[in-house]
Write a protein that binds this ligand. Structure first.
Ligand SMILES: [Zn+2]
Length: 425
């Protein structure tokens, strides 16, 4: 792809340069543009001929023209509706599909600068343009990286230190909350650091721990909302899911996992227009394909992926089915769905998208969840969709994911802010 763009660029610019030299000797392209000639050089790049999936509610555009200038989309539409600016470089993408880059709303990444930037760089390689880290982040580096615009890597957002009841033996980074006063003080502490969202865990971890009570998570939510922060919850049971909804939780970072959701839950959900679900489906428990990763990750990572993908686990499969059905029900009810993978697997979104389709969502809904919905959830207003004025972040695919969601893995190129991402391992 890099080569392709290089060739197109040279072709596009060569006539303009010849014209420049004829008119002005060695005067340069800038002067040439002032005479208004059609040959004037332009910094715009027009991507033509591809099918474009915009990541919002709009229909896909066949034979589209997408014009990028200064890292933003400046025109998006059907070829006969968009004119290519004079002097623009033209990149022919006939036969390809363009989709927005992916937003991963649930990750846990490195905490020191080098590791974190590397994690974000690896996300960009797989077409992920932003990632929200949920609740195990502390130290100056995470906030420094969050505030930077580093070329070629994904944007970083963080929930800082999350909130849980004491969990001796597990990570000690989150706030261990036992009183309402502690809860409120800790929320104010995270708010002062400028976290993007508040993360809570409500899970007894198979009976090992006491979990946050409604009194405590209620106080966390109340204090968060008073500080203009939303709250997303890790949860396990339907009972806690209902309690969290009643308390005003803004999002779930997992679906309900212990049983099928019921009419009571659906009625509560219907009252919550802005509620967001990140289903984070568990492993399927049946073999799945990871051979597409060969050469894209280290040999050690690939061997691990192959081993994981080959195992059969009926118990895990039942667990997957409960959550898949719950996702399908919530999606059918119109709940806003986003994509979240948990952990630190840069290519995870491509597996998760397939799982979401297997759960019963359409590829269309899944792509919207993974792109436009995710950006809206992270309040990244100029990202997530292919629309004029937004950051020129997009993935060029060799095949259309609307017919087969696994085509999101057939990446030809990734662009962030109009620049091709270095996808080399
Ligand atoms: Zn998590």
């Amino acid at each position: 792809m890099k080569d392709m763009r290089g060739i197109a660029y040279r072709k596009g610019i060569s006539l303009a340069l010849i014209a420049t030299f004829i008119l002005y000797g060695c005067g340069g392209a800038e002067q040439a543009s002032t005479d208004g000639s059609a040959m004037a050089a332009s910094s715009a790049i027009a991507y033509t001929g591809a099918t474009v999936i915009k990541g919002n509610n709009d229909a896909a555009i066949g034979n589209a023209t997408v014009v990028v200038e200064n890292g933003r989309f400046v025109a998006v539409g059907a070829a006969d509706e968009v004119s290519v600016p004079a002097g623009a470089t033209v990149v022919n993408l006939a036969g390809k599909t363009i989709m927005p880059t992916i937003i991963d709303t649930h990750v846990h990444l490195g905490r020191d600068r080098a590791a974190l930037v590397e994690d974000l760089r690896n996300r960009a390689r797989f077409g992920v343009s932003a990632a929200l880290s949920l609740g195990q982040d502390e130290g100056a580096d995470v906030y420094a990286v969050r505030g930077e615009n580093i070329p070629g890597v994904a944007v970083y957002r963080t929930a800082g230190k999350g909130f849980t009841a004491p969990e001796p033996g597990r990570t000690e980074i989150p706030h261990w909350i036992t009183t309402v006063d502690e809860a409120r003080a800790a929320v104010r502490e995270e708010a002062a650091l400028g976290v993007d969202i508040i993360k809570i865990w409500v899970d007894d971890r198979d009976g090992q721990y006491a979990k946050l009570t409604p009194d405590l998570y209620g106080a966390i939510m109340d204090e968060a909302h008073a500080n203009d922060l939303r709250v997303t919850a890790h949860l396990f049971t339907l009972e806690d899911a209902k309690g969290l909804l009643l308390a005003g939780v803004d999002a779930f970072a997992h679906g309900v996992r212990d049983q099928m959701i019921d009419a009571d839950f659906m009625a509560m959900l219907a009252e919550r227009e802005n509620f967001v679900l990140g289903p984070n489906l568990p492993g399927r428990g049946t073999p799945f394909d990871v051979t597409w990763l060969e050469g894209q990750i280290s040999e050690q990572q690939y061997a691990q992926a192959i081993a994981q993908a080959s195992t059969r686990n009926p118990q895990a499969h039942d667990f997957f089915r409960i959550q898949a059905r719950n996702l399908a029900m919530m999606n059918a009810a119109g709940t806003t769905i986003v994509l979240g993978t948990d952990g630190n697997t840069p290519w995870g979104p491509h597996l998760e998208m397939e799982d979401m389709v297997l759960a019963g969502m359409s590829p269309w809904d899944v792509i919207k969840a993974a792109t436009g919905n995710g950006a809206a959830f992270l309040q990244l207003d100029d990202m997530g969709t292919i629309e004029v004025g937004k950051r020129a972040d997009f993935i060029v695919l060799d095949a259309n994911p609307m017919s087969d969601i696994t085509n999101t893995r057939r990446i030809s190129a990734v662009y962030l802010q109009g620049e091709a991402v270095d996808r080399s391992l």
